[in-house]
Design a protein around this ligand. Structure first.
Ligand SMILES: [Zn+2]
Length: 295
């Protein structure tokens, strides 16, 4: 171990800080995880600290883009960042959660369920999983599932093939939602400082959205993670907001920005609150050997 071990995590940390262009951008994931950190129970927070790589220096948010940086090394994981529907505005697990080889569970919802199941073995030291990677994947995919265009139409690859202009710059619709809207919001409203944007979103969680937050966290019934629900919300938002009034070659500017930014901010808030709720459930005492949780 020793050197190689250290080198491994040093490289991970470099990758975690590199720019990213193909998911909620680095800022989006950072915000989701930074918000989540605020809502962790002591017990969950300790477990997260125990599992994080040393390079994270105790900060979950610092490794939340790691999964994007290993996309080429872990090719099998590439389809785990999203789910596609056949051009319809609803998500069905059995129809939509597969990779291009039709292997079931290989989508963002399946990945969230899978890494949750792995982390439920935290106390079993012979579990055989790399739970450091599991938690970094889980934190990332909980962000992705909340980006509306990560659960979107197969034909346009979640908006990736729809070329648009973001104000005067060339972009594509997917990139507008991953990066451009967040960048423009930070420049125009948040002093170019991600922490100012996080503070504003957190203020909305405790003020404007406070009535809704317990609903966001609610996860009952047979589902362990409720990731199906988050994916269903995303494709609905993709249809109602992301794709709406957009064609190939459209120029998107103030009208689009001002009407869609509230959706972006709310999804980041929901991603953070729900990531924390999920980690709190995972690391709480669970009932028997099944996957039902008690808070
Ligand atoms: Zn991703």
């Amino acid at each position: 171990m020793g050197w190689l071990f250290f080198l491994h995590f040093f490289l991970l940390s470099l990758m975690a800080r590199a720019p990213c262009t193909d998911a909620w951008g680095k800022e989006g994931h950072y915000m989701v995880c930074k918000i989540a950190e605020q809502y962790l129970t002591k017990r969950a927070s300790n477990a997260v600290l125990d599992l994080l790589p040393p390079a994270a220096e105790g900060e979950l948010a610092s490794v939340c883009s790691w999964a994007d940086q290993v996309r080429f090394r872990y090719r099998w994981a590439s389809p785990l960042h999203y789910a596609n529907t056949p051009g319809v505005c609803n998500f069905k697990y059995s129809r939509d959660c597969h990779n291009s080889r039709d292997e079931l569970d290989m989508c963002v919802v399946g990945a969230i369920n899978n890494y949750t199941t792995q982390l439920l073995n935290y106390k079993d030291s012979s579990n055989g999983y790399n739970l450091t990677e599991s938690i970094m994947f889980l934190a990332h995919f909980m962000g992705d599932v909340h980006q509306p265009l990560h659960v979107a139409f197969e034909a346009d690859e979640g908006g990736n093939t729809i070329d648009v202009r973001w104000y005067r710059r060339k972009s594509n619709l997917h990139h507008v939602w991953d990066v451009n809207m967040i960048e423009t919001a930070m420049r125009d409203f948040y002093e170019r400082d991600v922490n100012v944007m996080i503070e504003s979103i957190e203020k909305n969680i405790t003020d404007g959205w406070s009535d809704e937050v317990s609903q966001w966290k609610a996860c009952n019934g047979d589902s362990v993670t409720c990731a199906d629900k988050y994916a269903s919300e995303s494709i609905k938002l993709a249809c109602d907001y992301a794709y709406k009034d957009v064609d190939e070659g459209s120029t998107l500017e103030d009208d689009y920005f001002f009407s869609r930014l509230p959706v972006v901010e709310k999804r980041i808030a929901q991603g953070g609150v729900r990531l924390a709720a999920l980690l709190n459930r995972i690391f709480s005492k669970k009932v028997g050997g099944n996957l039902k949780f008690v808070e």
